[in-house]
Write a protein that binds this ligand. Structure first.
Ligand SMILES: [Zn+2]
Length: 234
């Protein structure tokens, strides 16, 4: 089976890239601190933006409610002015009181929400300034860090290129299955069979499967689904 060498090499490439990635993100304490700070700021920015968006939608609805309440109040005021009889006047005053009360009920939370929006807008501006400042500090250190790790950066490039070459050689279905297995099986998708046993899950293969493996070159493990192969006889 000619896909086996490609799969084995690709598995090795993934392992190399994993180690390189680990080295390239193992920041010294000062960078690590800035990185954590940046992540914290981003998280706060996200939640502030979400709250701000919701508050702006709500404030629009509340402003419309207030407009309606104001119109009803104006209407009630006009009714008071136009009333000629005492009973009519008393009723109109009562109506106006009620309309004023309703307007206050809408106006107060609207004012609170507007205050909250101003505070969030101020915080958003401050967060962005802080983020830019921390990012600049981080980038300066990161440039030095990357320069110190130029071997890893070069190796990453080589491995990534090779990875694309190998992936292009494989059937899409095979590649999809392989990538899924890599993820599910902690980077070990292709394993050797030793003493008739799956090198991944340690399950003993049934005799007919061993025969099939000899014939086909690779088969999936019945239990862990890893791609099995027989190592060359030593
Ligand atoms: Zn297995």
């Amino acid at each position: 089976m000619h896909t086996l060498p490609a799969l084995l090499e690709l598995q090795g490439i993934h392992e190399n890239l994993r180690i390189i990635q680990r080295d390239l993100t193992a920041f010294p304490p000062d960078m690590s601190k800035l990185d954590t700070e940046l992540k914290g700021i981003l998280k706060r920015q996200e939640s502030a933006a979400k709250e701000l968006g919701e508050a702006r939608t709500k404030v629009g609805l509340m402003a419309a409610d207030l407009k309606l309440a104001q119109r009803l109040e104006e209407h009630a005021k006009a009714a008071v002015k136009q009333s000629t009889h005492k009973t009519q006047y008393t009723a109109a005053i009562r109506e106006l009181d009620e309309r004023e009360r309703q307007k206050t009920m809408v106006a107060r939370p609207l004012k609170d929400l507007e205050t909250r929006i101003s505070a969030l807008e101020k915080e958003t501006t401050e967060l962005e300034a802080k983020r830019a400042q921390v990012q600049t500090q981080f980038d300066e250190l990161h440039q030095i860090f990357i320069a110190e790790h130029e071997n890893q950066v070069a190796a990453r490039g080589v491995n990534q290129t090779r990875r694309l070459e190998l992936e292009a050689q494989l059937e899409p279905a095979t590649l999809t299955r392989f990538n899924k297995l890599l993820q599910q099986r902690q980077g070990r998708a292709v394993v050797a069979v030793e003493n008739s046993t799956c090198g991944g899950c340690r399950t003993k293969l049934r005799i007919p499967l061993l025969a099939e493996l000899r014939e086909k070159g690779t088969i999936p493990c019945e239990f862990c689904q890893r791609i099995l192969f027989l190592p060359p006889k030593s």
